[in-house]
Design a protein around this ligand. Structure first.
Ligand SMILES: [Zn+2]
Length: 288
């Protein structure tokens, strides 16, 4: 007879006591089954947890991937925008070059050769960012140099507006710039301007933009206007019959400033027109 374990179940009083008898092999088999079952259960739970973790990680990766994709497409858009900016700047540059003309003294050196294909795989994101930074730098450089050229053009423009040009009145030349016999003596005298004969009352106009610095009556020039144009240029209009501007008045080329007359040391109705550059009279004929 095999050895057995006996379990006694003793309930509260008044009920029948139960007795369970199990053989050793059966008990061991049962215990082994329970052990295996627990182990299997544990493994399933661990595996399930790992599965959950993997799923979460996978979701995170999906999000990260989508974020990277968005960032990449944003970088792509940035790059496109920068390229467009470069094209606009290049056009502006071409215009400026055209304005300056081919014989310009000022050579404009602008960075060229920006472009080429851009890899757009996420691995090259850093490279893409680098290229964008390079482009930005190039654009800044180009903008600076265009600013410089624009200032130069503005200067040129201002100088052109300040340089006397054209006839100050409608008439005909009666006396030129240079040494001539004085109408008042036998001696030769330097004539520092042009005499333009015209009827009294003919309008006299400014030949460049500037500020009236003198509008008065003098013994020699009679009723005279002097305009300062900047850049060293001044113009003088003498022998007028009437003055139409006051000292301090800003004038533009073509503005009425006086009327032709015969005031001061003059032998007939005419305008004495003089241009001074840094205080030295120059021949106005070249600038008519
Ligand atoms: Zn004169």
């Amino acid at each position: 007879m095999s050895r057995r374990f006996t379990f006694l179940y003793i309930p509260d009083s008044g009920k029948k006591t139960r007795r369970i008898s199990i053989s050793h092999p059966l008990l061991y088999s049962a215990l082994t089954l329970i052990l295996i079952g627990s182990a299997a259960m544990g493994w399933v739970i661990t595996d399930y947890n790992r599965l959950q973790f993997d799923q979460q990680h996978f979701n995170d990766l999906l999000v990260e991937n989508s974020e990277q994709r968005q960032k990449l497409s944003q970088l792509g858009r940035d790059l496109d925008g920068l390229r467009r900016e470069m094209i606009i700047l290049s056009d502006a540059n071409a215009q400026i070059q055209g304005t300056l003309g081919s014989g310009s003294e000022k050579e404009i050196n602008l960075p060229v050769g920006i472009g080429g294909s851009i890899e757009t795989s996420p691995a090259d994101m850093t490279l893409l960012q680098q290229q964008i930074n390079d482009l930005r730098l190039a654009i800044d450089l180009r903008r600076d140099s265009q600013e410089e050229v624009r200032n130069l053009l503005n200067d040129k423009h201002s100088l052109a507006l300040a340089t006397p040009s054209g006839w100050p009145t409608k008439g005909w030349l009666t006396s030129y710039f240079g040494v001539r016999a004085s109408p008042y003596s036998d001696q030769e005298k330097m004539h520092e301007g042009l005499d333009i004969a015209a009827n009294t009352g003919t309008l006299v106009t400014a030949t460049a933009d500037g500020v009236v610095v003198k509008s008065t009556t003098e013994p020699g020039f009679g009723k005279v206007v002097m305009i300062d144009h900047g850049y060293g240029y001044r113009t003088i209009f003498g022998h007028n019959s009437k003055l139409l501007v006051k000292a301090g008045t800003r004038v533009k080329r073509g503005d009425k400033i006086a009327e032709v007359g015969n005031t001061g040391r003059s032998t007939g109705s005419h305008l004495h027109y003089e241009i001074r550059l840094n205080g030295v009279p120059i021949n106005p004929r070249k600038l008519l």
